[in-house]
Design a protein around this ligand. Structure first.
Ligand SMILES: [Zn+2]
Length: 422
């Protein structure tokens, strides 16, 4: 009678093995309770290992991404910090939030992710390091703790300061305090600045890539600490950027001049409890992040949202069709882009020029197909107009946007960062 016993043992062993391999189901599904949102300024996706870069700029992010969903076609709503972060925090495009130029600020009436989470009882904190994250630009709205010491202390020389180690130290301190208290769910936003120009040399890599590797090192310290504190299984972690950087692909350098992919495309890596790791190819936007986060945390959505929740995509289902829009301007609107599927239309209002690119066959945007595909241009242009009409309608509902009074020293600082205001 030994046979059935042996068989039974094997059934138990195989059963245990299968249970260990299969994802947990039903009531045992792990759920995100906290949110760690990390933005790394001026971070091009294609300069990261996880996006195929050949240099070892991002070992910690690459390791983190193995347990996360990686979006291969994520896009900023513009090509510089203020509008990009305003979109991230509100789910709205620039035509609604109004952060067009260096004198703009986010109006207090516009609801933000931090306000929504604070209202739901979350403990909210931010550690930032960019002049455009100074509270006068309004992106601090809703945060219970908003640490801008790294901006206010360095003032005009902030672009020459190295800030990643301090951001990581402050973040780790904040997380440790939350672990001790362990009461309320929390939301921590960290903004790293080091890859922004001027690029400073760090061993062992050079300049821009070196700044990325340096930021990655300190990102790794934070992620390790999160694990060590036992917070990993309850924390949704998102790593992204506000925009990329040009290196002469279309004749320029820096950012806030164009809306080509080198400045519009950003990394987006989401590690969510209960979500299987993988890669996604659909075009998504920074505007999609707030609705995604709120759904994953089980919090009511914001009133008006240009983006859509990426939760279906995270679960491996199809996303509702929605084009991705980006806008760039100063006192006037300079240009807009719209991405629908593989196609991108770039409208340059200043030079009355339209460019159509097939991002699948021409990701570097070298062949303008506007003349050979006039119907596609018309279709995208109509979609763009309807998106902008909706955004402007909301803008009216939120009331007029104002302008900051910048001092000559403020303007000089923006010039040193590569921005010119007229
Ligand atoms: Zn930036």
């Amino acid at each position: 009678m030994r046979c059935p016993v042996v068989l039974e043992c094997w059934v138990v062993v195989i059963g245990a093995f299968l249970a260990a391999c299969l994802p947990p189901t039903g009531a045992n599904d792990p759920k995100a309770r906290n949110l760690l949102l990390v933005t790394i300024d001026t971070l091009r996706a294609d300069h990261l290992g996880v996006y195929g870069y050949e240099r070892p700029t991002s070992p910690h992010l690459d390791e983190f991404a193995k347990d996360a969903v990686v979006f291969d076609a994520a896009h900023s709503s513009s090509s510089w910090t203020l509008p990009g972060i305003a979109t991230l925090m509100t789910g709205l495009y620039t035509s609604t939030h109004g952060c067009w130029n260096g004198r703009s600020y986010l109006p207090a009436l516009i609801p933000t992710l931090a306000e929504q989470l604070t209202g739901e009882g979350f403990d909210t904190g931010a550690v930032v390091s960019h002049v455009f994250l100074d509270p006068r630009y309004g992106l601090h709205q809703g945060f219970g703790m908003y640490d801008d010491e790294l901006v206010s202390k360095t003032k005009r020389k902030s672009h020459l300061a190295v800030t990643s180690p301090q951001i990581a130290d402050k973040a780790i301190g904040w997380l440790e305090a939350r672990a001790e208290a362990d009461m309320r769910p929390w939301f921590l936003w960290l903004h790293f600045f080091d890859p922004h120009r001027r690029y400073l040399a760090h061993e062992p890599a050079d300049r821009y890539d070196g700044e990325i590797a340096f930021s990655d090192l300190h990102l790794g310290r934070i992620l390790d600490r999160l694990d060590a504190l036992g917070m990993r299984d309850a924390t949704l972690v998102i790593v992204t950027s506000d925009h990329g950087e040009e290196f002469l692909e279309h004749g320029g350098t820096g950012h806030r001049s164009t809306l080509y992919q080198e400045v519009q495309r950003v990394p987006l890596v989401i590690r969510a409890p209960g979500i299987e790791p993988g890669r996604r190819g659909e075009a998504v936007s920074l505007a999609d992040i707030a609705p995604t986060v709120l759904e994953l945390l089980g919090v009511a959505p914001l009133d008006s949202i240009a983006g859509r929740s990426l939760v279906p995509s995270l679960r491996g289902e199809a996303l509702p069709d929605r084009p991705v829009v980006a806008e760039l301007g100063g006192n006037l609107v300079w240009s807009r882009s719209i991405i629908g599927g593989r196609w991108k239309l770039l409208v340059d209002y200043e030079n009355e020029r339209q460019q159509l690119f097939d991002l699948d066959s021409d990701p570097a945007e070298k062949r303008n197909l506007a003349e050979s595909e006039p119907e596609r241009v018309v279709e995208l242009r109509e979609q763009l107009q309807s998106e902008i009409a909706r955004a402007l309608k909301w803008q009216k509902a939120y009331g007029p946007t104002g302008a900051l009074d910048l001092s000559p020293s403020d303007l000089e600082q923006l010039r040193e960062l590569g921005y010119t205001e007229n």
